[in-house]
Write a protein of this length. Structure first.
Length: 368
């Protein structure tokens, strides 16, 4: 079937604008913006203890080679900025003068890195470093160079795949970013499986319920059921096919569980790889999968309502749940080294994700 054949597109394609051509996609800009936000948060976490050191703002630039550094630090600071440079270059690939891509990307990325390093001088838990600044700029340059050489070819192929599989709407591109953010939350082994929207730690609110095995089991099951349904329906909004995409969603959730398993094995320990597979999690996945299979058969408008209700219900339950006994053990491991910043990043994504998902659902203006 030709990618432009509209006979097999979604039930809402008739009144949708035609899918944008590969070179007009806004997805690189969305991804670049989202990735920049993640870098800013990870660079300034934990956002506490701000103080004026009484030194010139740019003093770190001529402070010489840092006294303490490791090859791991250098590699991380380079690698983290490679995707940013790649995405920024793709976002700028429609410039009339293609040779401007690389210098503009270097200017934007180095400006971001320099600004964050300057802000780190006011954070006692962070150290501004000229070496970090140089590695960040190098990483962005490498990413931009790859995009300039191979980015168009790679992204055009991805856009062709998107055109064939995904709903032909601008919202679908935003939804892809949203689903990517949800997958990021699965890298946190301290949260309840699929649990999102917990604002208690973010707002420093103590848990209102003490731990009891029976109540935690019930809450955990309910949270997983609600979030399985909600995330499945949000993912459904991205897909072009008319019939319920059971196989696609099953593969998606298997992929999410694989991410969770791998993250726990690496960040906590191989013995904890399947610690998420509790009795409540197993029951929640079975019930949630069954409910999702039924809801997918409903008309689009009802699926839209069900997604919103499931998101709100899951958010309420996760904020009422008693403390997770596994969380303290996992978090004590995450306190070590670079994992602390990464933990803050995944926790923030998990806390805010349902609210962004609700906003996304309200902007669709179409049937799911």
């Amino acid at each position: 079937m030709s990618p432009l054949d509209t006979s097999a597109r979604t039930d809402f394609q008739a009144d949708q604008p035609r899918s944008p051509k590969p070179h007009s996609s806004a997805l690189p800009r969305y991804l670049a913006l989202a990735y920049s936000v993640l870098i800013i948060y990870a660079s300034l976490h934990p956002f506490s203890g701000w103080r004026d050191p009484g030194l010139p703002l740019l003093v770190f630039l001529d402070s010489g080679w840092p006294r303490y550094w490791t090859g791991f630090d250098l590699a991380v600071n380079i690698i983290v900025y490679v995707p940013l440079g790649f995405l920024l270059a793709l976002s700028l690939r429609r410039l009339p003068w293609r040779w401007l891509q690389l210098p503009i990307v270097l200017l934007l990325a180095s400006g971001l890195s320099l600004g964050l390093e300057c802000m780190q001088t006011w954070l006692p838990s962070r150290v501004a470093s000229n070496l970090d600044f140089g590695c960040n700029t190098l990483g962005a340059g490498l990413g931009a160079l790859v995009a300039c050489l191979q980015g168009d070819r790679l992204f055009d192929r991805l856009r062709l795949l998107q055109h064939r599989l995904l709903a032909p709407t601008r919202q679908a591109e935003i939804g892809l970013v949203l689903i990517g953010a949800w997958l990021l939350t699965q890298l946190s082994p301290e949260t309840i499986l699929f649990g999102a929207g917990d604002l208690r730690r973010l707002l420093e609110i103590p848990s209102a319920v003490t731990y009891a095995a029976q109540s935690f089991f019930a809450m955990e099951t309910g949270i997983i059921v609600c979030n399985t349904v909600a995330v499945g329906l949000v993912a459904r909004t991205l897909l072009a096919r008319i019939s319920p995409p059971y196989l696609e969603l099953f593969a998606f959730f298997v992929f999410a569980l694989a991410i969770r398993t791998l993250a726990a094995a690496i960040l906590v320990g191989p013995a904890e790889a399947l610690a998420w597979l509790t009795p409540g999690a197993g029951l929640g996945l079975m019930i949630g999968g069954g409910v999702l299979s039924i809801v997918l058969l409903l008309p689009g408008g009802l699926r839209h309502v069900a997604a919103g209700v499931a998101l709100m219900a899951g958010t309420v339950l996760v904020n009422l749940a008693p403390p997770n006994p596994y969380s303290a053990v996992a978090f004590s491991v995450w306190q070590q080294g670079h994992f602390l910043n990464f933990n803050g990043l995944t926790r923030l994504s998990a806390s805010l994700w349902p609210f962004f998902a609700l906003a996304y659902l309200t902007t669709l203006g179409r049937r799911i």
